[in-house]
Design a protein around this ligand. Structure first.
Ligand code: GS8
Length: 219
């Protein structure tokens, strides 16, 4: 019997985008179910009772939650092609470390840039540039964080790269001036079909994020 793969999705979510990219890399067919964030479905509440958040991957009726855990699950289950994590235990640990860094730093500092203004936003911008420079150092002269091939850290970071346009407009700066190699990496990833077809349009994302910032400020 064929696998049943359902993704509880939200088009704007960088976390859900990670899952879509991993599934596309593996060539897995799936059904995307868009969740209404203001009216969560009974299925979402049942499948992710702890965090009640998307993404959730439901594989043959069984849920897997948290995007980085889902991507690792996908890599283990569909291990016939496009390995995302390296085989070597130390390299695997390093890849997990940097993906965790993306969650702990890039994600939270980007959110702070979006939600703040003035001095707090300037501080968040400088923090973000510092974090991006660290990532650029980790990339070195390799085409991908996975070395010659697109891997786990690439999947973890590229949805945030897609939000650079919004971040640049908010902070009135150009990331390419600070981290040219990282921006070149982003362009390289975008050339992959698995990535380009999974990411939301940068301008649509900008309109959505600016719209929700205005709604938040009006409250
Ligand atoms: C984050 C998921 C998340 O924030 C992961 O999967 O990696 N650590 C998790 N999901 C958001 C949508 S994206 O902004 C979400 O579902 N928010 C609704 C809520 O928190 O109620």
């Amino acid at each position: 019997m064929a696998d049943e793969v359902i993704l509880l999705d939200f088009w704007v979510s960088p976390f859900a985008t990670r899952v879509k990219i991993a599934l596309a890399e593996k060539g897995v067919e799936y059904e995307s179910r868009e969740e209404d964030q203001s009216n969560k479905s009974p299925l979402l509440l049942k499948m992710n009772p702890v965090h009640k958040q998307v993404p959730v991957l439901i594989h043959n009726g069984k849920p897997v939650c948290e995007s980085l855990i889902i991507v690792q699950y996908i890599d283990e289950v569909w291990n016939h092609k496009s390995p995302l994590l390296p085989c070597d235990p130390h390299q695997r640990a390093q890849a997990r470390f940097w993906a965790d860094f993306v969650d702990k730093k890039i994600c939270s500092v980007s959110k702070l840039m979006w939600s703040s203004t003035g001095e707090a936003q300037e501080a968040a911008k400088n923090d973000l540039i510092g974090c991006l420079k660290l990532l650029e150092g980790e990339l070195g002269d390799e085409p991908y964080f996975g070395g010659d091939t697109f891997g786990f850290v690439d999947v973890a970071l590229i949805p945030f790269y897609n939000a650079f346009y919004t971040i640049e407009q908010l902070g009135n700066f150009r990331i390419v001036a600070e981290c040219p190699k990282l921006v070149a990496w982003g362009h390289r990833c975008m050339e992959k079909e698995s990535v380009s077809k999974s990411l939301p349009d940068q301008h649509k994302l900008y309109d959505f994020l600016l719209g929700s910032k205005k709604k938040l400020e009006a409250k």
